[in-house]
Design a protein around this ligand. Structure first.
Ligand SMILES: [Zn+2]
Length: 451
């Protein structure tokens, strides 16, 4: 007699999809088999049972110019749970003045209200003596992936090549991994200055000020340093064909590359900037062309892309109100709640890829990138019972009003998806059921990453 049995669903385990019962004991998956009985039994006939999605790239309550992204760790993780996401990886808030361990501890405190499990990347801003040993200490605290910005020199967030070289060398030594926001800063600044001089500050100039060549160049440069230092490098939010080709070429050349893209780069393109609410789509990297979208889909099906995450960084319409210049906008889009429904609907339901590939992109891929597999990201005996049940027949029209993310704007407003989560379990506990969040503030725990 198990605590909970999910009966009769199509369960996607690493070996493939099959009809099997899942027996849960406490917080773990205890067994899989036929005819299991439990104190509570959930009839999953006709449903698909997946490991919960892991959104490996979110920014909850992110400080931006005296403001914050509009979801905090409570509202953002409630939205996640309602969308079948059972874990997020956010970021510590770096600065040149503070140390990585203190930044990580502070962010762990902020994340305590999460309703699902979480981990974080260490955001590296600025360099000072002793940074190398901070990496070692941070890895001891369970954070072994570190994020570097190759752009944003003007807000003081950029790491130059010397910093990258020193950091990657140290991280390779201590067993850490690196992640980059890859855009060439000098070219962005040159173009931005030229547009500003001409008063060309409409939202259409956001994508023009950060063309795809910036992504290609920065990925190539970071990957070259990664290859020579032997570190694993995750490329965040690849947005363009040039960027994806650069990542693939670096991999062929021997770099250990983890390629990430986001739903917005697969499903939206720069035409939205020509619409009257175009400024609400401001994000970096910007949305690209249809040709880029097609190339990214190809990367999804070929395996060139290893995971899909959202870069969830929501703002309200008020926070993104148009002042006449794209330089004044906070950049970012909401996404954590629609990650799984969009990928299921556009990927599996449209027969672009299989259920097994969906699990690779949203569960096992991110878990492996974070060093938390197979505790997370798999339906296996001994894994945490983080599960999502999808009803493949359920249709849903995306609208900000019906979703739980704390924003009145959704980039997919009005889009119909087929297949939607009907139940989410976090470590054996049902946190979403009957279209209602039913979890608990503070249930989420920090998940340490292997070094
Ligand atoms: Zn981000």
């Amino acid at each position: 007699m198990f605590d909970l049995v999910i009966k009769g669903g199509t369960v996607v385990i690493p070996e493939g999809a099959s009809k099997v019962d899942v027996g849960i004991e406490g917080e773990k998956i205890a067994t899989m088999g036929q005819g299991l009985s439990g104190r509570r039994e959930v009839d999953a006939t006709g449903l698909i049972v997946l490991p919960g999605a892991i959104d490996a790239h979110t920014h909850m309550e992110l400080p931006v110019r005296g403001d914050r992204s509009s979801d905090d760790f409570l509202s953002g993780t409630i939205a996640a749970a309602c969308g079948g996401v059972t874990m997020i990886s956010d970021f510590s808030v770096g600065s040149a003045e503070t140390s990585l361990p203190e930044e990580i501890e502070a962010r762990k405190q902020a994340a305590k209200k999460a309703v699902i499990d979480y981990t974080m990347h260490g955001e590296v801003i600025g360099w000072h003596p002793g940074r190398e040993s901070e990496f070692n200490e941070a890895i001891g605290l369970g954070v072994s992936t570190f994020k570097f910005y190759l752009a944003y020199s003007r807000s003081g967030r950029m790491s130059d090549d010397g910093v990258l070289y020193r950091a990657f060398t140290a991280l390779a030594h201590y067993g850490g991994r690196a992640m980059v926001h890859a855009e060439n800063d000098d070219i962005i600044n040159a173009l931005t200055d030229a547009f500003e001089t001409n008063g060309e500050l409409g939202i259409l100039f956001l994508p023009r000020s950060r063309p795809a060549l910036c992504e290609e160049e920065a990925i190539t440069r970071a990957a070259t340093i990664a290859r020579h230092t032997g570190i694993t490098l995750r490329i965040a939010h690849i947005s363009s064909e040039l960027g994806l080709n650069a990542a693939s070429a670096a991999r062929t050349a021997g770099a250990r590359i983890i390629a990430e893209t986001c739903p917005q780069y697969l499903l939206l393109d720069e035409r939205v900037y020509a619409e009257s609410n175009g400024h609400l789509f401001a994000a970096t990297p910007p949305l690209r062309t249809e040709v880029d979208r097609r190339a990214l889909w190809k990367g999804i099906t070929s395996g060139a892309i290893n995971l899909v995450a959202t870069d969830h960084c929501p703002f309200t319409r008020e926070q993104k109100r148009w002042t006449g210049s794209f330089l004044d906008l906070p950049y970012g889009l909401p996404g954590v709640e629609t990650l799984l429904p969009l990928l299921y609907s556009e990927g599996v339901a449209k027969e672009r890829f299989s259920l097994e590939r969906l699990v690779e992109l949203l569960s096992s891929g991110p878990a492996k990138a974070l060093g938390i597999y197979p505790r997370k990201g798999a339906i296996m005996i001994g894994s945490d019972a983080d599960l999502v049940l999808i009803d493949p027949r359920r249709e849903f029209t995306i609208t900000a009003e019906k979703l739980h993310m704390r924003t009145d704007f959704n980039p997919y407003e009005g889009r119909r998806v087929v297949g939607y989560p009907v139940m989410t379990l976090s470590r054996g506990r049902v946190v979403f059921e009957n279209e209602q969040f039913c979890g608990e503030e503070g249930w989420g725990r920090f998940v340490p990453q292997a070094g």
